[in-house]
Design a protein around this ligand. Structure first.
Ligand code: SF4
Length: 380
């Protein structure tokens, strides 16, 4: 491994950033660890363009860690709705409380302590420490892993522990010596991975730009850029079916709060049956209402049967999660008397006030598609 490149790596990257990096993003240049932390969590699985729209809104609603910790989790989830990966919102809320209780409202600057907070991994801890406190702490997200694996020809797959450990060691070796350079260096690494050394179209292959590392990059020199890091062949994600109840009375519908550890945890959604491994053809036959109610809300099945005015088969919608696909068959049911259905997890909510509740994105789209709500009804 070239010692010279290790020594000049950060300098080269910082010079690259001055010309070709991203500048002026709303969370850049901010030394408030709260603001840095929120932006880092939001950026984890969300595109920059979406974060640009949603980050200022979140910060306006929860401007301090104290305000976020004091908020109700439903408020936080409602604000997060549409950004996906809701465990991030639940962890943000839990972490804010932890900072208030365990650190008197002040984020610690030591990355090891930051890493002990809910939802903060080693790389995010490094980013917060570097941006907010100028600590010489490395980051190693998927983009950085790719950059380092390519430039230094590190063999291995992302799943391998040895590969990851080698990259962490390298990430530490490459840090700039001056701590005041940490924010710009960290930003440069993020930008370089997101824009120039991208997974599928790195600039050295597109021929549009000459890469600043072209002469040092081992993957480029050996013409094997797309082979680093090694890909793991993924198994096909499993598919599931479930039934969902769109239970209506007048302009209200019954929503159920999802368990916090489940998918869409803590959000309000349509009551649903247990997921079944997808079998073709099961939905070709109509279900008897008693069987349907028993599948979805067994404890209310008798009442539903008694109150049911009209039952109608709705659309079947598909949602793709990271590791599974779900086919949701919607059943629209109108009932005569809504009393005796609500409890702590089941609530009648008027269509106009849905915006105050965090709803999963596919359910919002379903309600819009059925013309039950307008965009405005879903805004909080
Ligand atoms: S030469 Fe290509 S693979 Fe190597 S760092 Fe530059 S963009 Fe990435």
């Amino acid at each position: 491994m070239s010692k010279a490149l290790i020594l000049e790596f950060s300098k080269k990257l910082i010079s690259w950033h001055a010309v070709d990096g991203r500048h002026g993003l709303p969370w850049q240049g901010n030394r408030d660890p709260y603001a840095v932390w929120v932006s880092e969590i939001m950026l984890q699985q969300t595109q920059v363009a979406t974060v640009l729209e949603r980050y200022p809104r979140f910060m306006k609603r929860f401007p301090t860690v104290k305000k976020l910790a004091a908020a109700d989790i439903d408020e936080v989830l409602a604000e997060w709705a549409g950004l996906g990966y809701y465990s991030r919102a639940r962890n943000l809320h839990a972490c804010a409380k932890q900072v208030m209780v365990d650190f008197s409202g002040q984020f610690p600057k030591d990355p090891v302590l930051l890493e002990q907070l809910k939802g903060i991994g080693r790389s995010t801890a490094g980013a917060i420490a570097a941006f907010a406190f100028h600590e010489r702490a490395p980051i190693l997200d998927a983009n950085v892993k790719r950059i380092l694996a390519r430039i230094f020809a590190i063999e291995g797959t992302l799943q391998e522990k040895v590969f990851e450990s080698r990259l962490w060691e390298l990430a530490i070796e490459l840090l700039p010596k001056k701590s005041e350079e940490m924010p710009i260096y960290t930003q440069a690494l993020m930008d370089f991975g997101a824009t120039w050394c991208s997974a599928r179209k790195p600039v050295c292959l597109s021929g549009l730009q000459k890469c600043v590392f072209a002469k040092n990059c081992q993957a480029n020199l050996s013409d094997q850029v797309l082979s680093f890091p090694k890909k793991v062949i993924k198994a096909k994600s499993p598919e599931f079916d479930c039934d969902m109840l769109l239970l209506r009375h007048g302009d209200s519908m019954l929503l159920q709060k999802r368990p916090s550890k489940a998918i869409w945890g803590g959000l309000w959604s349509l009551p649903e049956s247990v997921w079944r491994a997808k079998s073709s053809g099961e939905h070709a036959k109509e279900l008897k209402s008693a069987e349907l109610f028993e599948r979805i809300l067994p404890e209310k099945a008798k009442a539903l049967q008694k109150q049911c005015q009209k039952i109608q088969r709705g659309p079947q919608i598909k949602h793709v999660f990271t590791h599974r696909r779900l086919w949701m068959q919607i059943w629209e049911v109108h009932i005569k008397d809504p009393s005796n259905f609500a409890n702590s997890d089941l609530r009648w909510i008027s269509l106009q006030s849905l915006g105050a509740y965090g709803l999963p994105q596919p359910i919002k789209m379903l309600l819009q598609g059925l013309n039950l709500v307008r965009d405005d009804d879903l805004k909080n």
